[in-house]
Design a protein around this ligand. Structure first.
Ligand code: NAI
Length: 271
């Protein structure tokens, strides 16, 4: 059911790679809720062609941009305002990639070139995006920016390797930039810490399937789906959450505050 929560709002949605992507669901929901938006992804992801289907489905234009490239981000924010006819009201940062994870390199043996690449793509890109938007004054007052993160920023998950440190940086950027952008232009910046989700980025992590089941067995509500995550993002883009900023918001069915569950105890053979 749609509530017209984003009626008249203009947005930029990054990271929709295929129908499993969290960003894909956010785009579908934002469309249902009355928003108009530009879709963007790295030029290499564009070649896969899937994003064009989403653009057709939601009546959106695509502006390719490598999120590590300030010039391309400048074009993205400039073109998006032209296409949509005004300042941007909401931005989704849904970008994550670790070469160390892709290559199955253990955390203690991290390759530093890959580590730097991971930082640039998955965390610094958020700073760059915000800095470009602020310089261009491209986001309207009370606009809302959301980036997706994972709880490995607070607690250790050995298989999440360098992405744990990178997500900690991402969350810190939301707080640091959130202060400055909030003070100057009342722009809100938050991170949503999402349950394990079966996407290209998610399933690329070693042992993801078992871990997904483990988290599902801990969380009293079970794992939050990509669609649930999209719904939560929509509320954060809406005017109903206008005083929420600089927060890391857990969206995980209660996982992050559950010590252990009966289900897991039973699996361990404890009565
Ligand atoms: P996904 O693989 O569908 O999305 C990742 C996106 O990042 C892709 O669209 C990819 O093309 C884009 N990307 C990579 N390098 C880029 C670059 N240089 N410039 C622009 N875009 C680039 O996977 P998913 O899961 O939807 O990931 C979205 C976000 O959600 C990521 O930040 C991820 O870390 C986060 N997240 C995912 C969880 C999961 O279990 N899947 C759990 C918690 C957070």
């Amino acid at each position: 059911m749609a509530y017209n929560l984003l009626k008249g709002k203009r947005g930029i949605i990054t990271g929709a790679l295929d129908a499993n992507s969290i960003a894909w669901k956010v785009a579908e929901k934002a469309h249902e809720e009355g928003a108009t938006f530009v879709l963007t992804n790295a030029p290499i992801a564009m070649r896969m062609g899937e994003i064009k289907k989403l653009a057709e489905q939601t009546g959106s234009e695509i502006v390719p941009a490598d999120a590590t490239n300030v010039d391309e981000l400048t074009t993205l924010f400039t073109r998006s305002q032209e296409i949509l006819g005004g300042k941007i009201d909401f931005v989704l940062h849904s970008i994550g990639m670790s070469v160390n994870i892709r290559k199955n390199i253990p955390y203690t043996e991290s390759n530093y070139e890959y580590f730097m690449k991971g930082i640039d793509v998955s965390a610094m890109s958020f700073h760059k995006m915000l800095a470009v938007a602020k310089k261009l004054d491209a986001i309207s007052e009370w606009g809302s920016v959301v980036a997706l993160t994972y709880m490995a920023a607070q607690r250790t998950y050995p298989f999440y390797t360098d992405m744990a440190d990178i997500k900690a940086m991402l969350e810190s950027i939301a707080r640091s930039f959130g202060y400055h952008y909030g003070l100057d232009k009342k722009v809100r910046i938050n991170t949503v810490s999402q349950s394990p989700t079966k996407t290209t980025a998610g399933t690329g992590i070693k042992g993801f399937g078992d871990f997904y089941d483990y988290a599902n067995a801990i969380a009293p509500l079970g794992n939050a789906s990509a669609e649930d995550c999209a719904n939560y993002c929509i509320t954060l883009f809406s005017d109903l959450t206008r005083m929420v900023t600089m927060q890391n918001l857990f969206h995980d069915g209660g996982y992050s505050t559950t010590g252990v569950s009966n289900e897991v105890m039973q699996k361990l053979g404890v009565e």
